[in-house]
Write a protein that binds this ligand. Structure first.
Ligand SMILES: [Fe+2]
Length: 137
């Protein structure tokens, strides 16, 4: 059962960015399900790794698009990505070291971050891509 849901407010109207974001929401649900079903550490490790990898790949895709169009908000946007990436990697390290457990709070934090980031920052990027007539793919 998913606990995180896509809604229209998250739609930035850029096909490739929106599909990445939808997949991130799906992955958060996959991690939640694995956690909720009491899956073993190997499963949790692998679903968490997938989330981490996909997040980084998605950020890189947005950053590449920004660089291609010499986007003026690049530095600030990348800083946001870097901060979240550091947090997620630190969380993963602690999880692998057995110092923290995965929790709904943690996933909720990631979802909230994503939601806010999409609405405040990615929407501007999608608009700029549209104006520059550059595809983010
Ligand atoms: Fe972004």
């Amino acid at each position: 059962m998913p606990i995180f849901f896509w809604n229209d407010n998250l739609n930035v109207k850029n096909r490739s960015i929106d599909s990445d974001h939808q997949h991130l929401v799906e992955l958060l649900n996959v991690v939640y399900d694995a956690m909720n079903q009491g899956k073993g550490p190997e499963v949790l490790e692998s679903v968490l790794e997938e989330l981490v990898q996909y997040t980084q790949a998605h950020f890189k895709r947005e950053e590449d698009a920004m660089q291609r169009m010499h986007y003026e908000g690049f530095a600030a946007h990348k800083e946001e990505h870097d901060k979240l990436t550091e947090k997620v990697l630190a969380m993963q390290r602690k999880f692998l070291a057995g110092e923290v457990k995965l929790s709904v709070d943690l996933l909720q934090f990631l979802f909230d971050w994503l939601f806010e980031h999409i609405i405040k920052i990615d929407t501007q990027l999608a608009q700029a891509i549209k104006e520059a007539k550059l595809d983010a793919e």
